[in-house]
Ligand binder design. Structure first.
Ligand code: PLP
Length: 423
């Protein structure tokens, strides 16, 4: 076990990581007779008690629809919902709460932009630029928008380290490019892209920008005004909030030009049998009853992350990442996929001759939860000549002991698979 685990179990960097971990009920269970070691944070994060309690409280005491009722429960629900919007705006340094649109997730947020902005701004001869690292959520909607409008989709290539060079981005941003949509952190390889620099490059050429920040929101502060980005999307469930809730941030001046993608509910101003007019922002882009409990859960997740502090989060995650990289590097059968210089707490690897699912199942038998497959990044997997990887993704609630457990479990799995492992 790593020496500093002793201190991490106690007080390190003024954060009691054991106490932080204790706040996550799901982590305290046995799986197949082993303590659960959850390394699938990038797919969905575990939820702290405070998030679960906030949502339960809403359902137990305040459950009512928002914006429509004069009764007390509806007013309480509306207040909590709109306070959460304000908190989310502050969380990402948006100028105005009306720039925060609640959606069902990053995927929905990107789709709203691709459909609504795309329909209004793309035409034959235009180009949409994405990178070769994208999650399908920031690729497929653009393929659909291009098919609908006649625009062309261009891909900035990925190098052998799983990086996209800024020189390539600069070269591919040109007079035909209408939007540059990219992930800040790759979910498949952990690559951290220089989001601020890329947005600046695009802005210099008058190109609209969208950042997929799904893998960022739990790990790194976001300042949309400093970034200068036009649209930014993230999901609550990857930042210890609930599933089925996401955020679309857009600069007000741009959101105001978007036609709604969905009709009904609060998004109208006036409706006749013949036609409808739209409500002001943000409601015009939030059709139907929203995920009220989810929004309240997101608000609690923001409080939780902020109570720990970004510096502590970053230090903890990078210590865990370094330790995991060291341990896994000592297993000769492991081949890392991607070795980006700037990397978040994600490690993708394969064992040649072993299907990632088979390894994943043998690890699950030893209490290890990690991701296997293409990670919704099939073109990226194809670029590396593979169908999928095993992916370890780390969060502040992981421990060095769990990484030791992972190391032992991989070695045992390799022995069971008949792949000799001396140590
Ligand atoms: N973008 C990235 C980088 C992701 O990692 C994910 C989820 O894994 C998504 C988009 C899609 O998020 P959601 O499924 O919450 O819409």
């Amino acid at each position: 076990m790593k020496q500093s685990d002793q201190s991490v179990s106690g007080k390190t960097h003024q954060t009691d990581w054991k106490a932080v971990r204790d706040e996550f009920p799901a982590l305290h269970q046995q799986v197949n007779g082993y303590p659960l070691a959850y390394f699938d944070h990038a797919a969905t994060a575990q939820k702290p008690r405070k998030v679960i309690d906030a949502m339960t409280r809403y359902y137990e005491f305040d459950n009512a629809n928002v914006h429509r009722g004069v009764h007390s429960l509806s007013q309480r629900a509306t207040l909590a919902y709109e306070e959460a919007r304000q908190k989310t705006a502050r969380f990402i340094c948006a100028k105005d709460p009306s720039e925060i649109i609640f959606t069902s997730g990053t995927t929905a947020s990107v789709n709203v932009v691709a459909l609504s902005w795309g329909r209004a701004h793309l035409k034959p001869g235009d180009e949409v630029l994405v990178t070769g690292l994208e999650h399908h959520a920031n690729l497929v909607p653009w393929q659909m928008a291009c098919a609908m409008t006649g625009a062309q989709l261009k891909i900035v290539p990925v190098n052998e380290f799983g990086e996209v060079s800024t020189d390539s981005v600069a070269e591919m941003l040109h007079s035909k490019t209408r939007i540059f949509a990219f992930s800040w952190i790759s979910n498949a390889l952990g690559t951290i892209n220089p989001a601020h620099d890329w947005v600046q490059l695009a802005r210099e050429k008058g190109i609209t920008t969208l950042i997929d920040a799904a893998q960022v929101a739990a790990h790194h502060p976001i300042d949309v005004q400093h970034l200068g980005v036009d649209f930014l999307c993230f999901s609550a469930h990857k930042m210890m909030g609930p599933t089925g809730l996401g955020v679309l941030y857009g600069k007000k001046s741009i959101l105001e030009t978007l036609d709604p993608v969905f009709g009904g509910g609060d998004m109208i101003d006036e409706v006749t049998y013949e036609k409808s007019t739209w409500a002001d922002l943000p409601y015009r882009l939030e059709a139907g009853t929203p995920n009220i409990a989810g929004v309240i859960g997101l608000s609690a997740a923001i409080d939780f992350l902020e109570s720990i502090g970004w510096q502590n989060i970053s230090r903890r995650e990078s210590e865990l990442l370094q330790y995991a990289l060291e341990k896994l590097s000592e297993i000769p059968q492991i081949r890392f996929i991607g070795s980006p210089k700037e990397r978040a707490g994600v490690i993708s690897f394969v064992v040649d001759g072993v299907h990632p699912y088979d390894l994943g199942i043998l690890l699950d038998e030893q209490g290890i939860a990690l991701r296997t497959g293409h990670h919704c990044a099939q073109p990226l997997m194809r670029h590396f000549g593979i169908t999928g990887t095993c992916r370890v993704s780390l969060a502040i609630y992981n421990t060095f002991e769990e990484i030791d457990q992972l190391d032992r479990a991989i070695k045992r799995a390799l022995r069971l698979l008949g792949i000799s492992q001396s140590n």
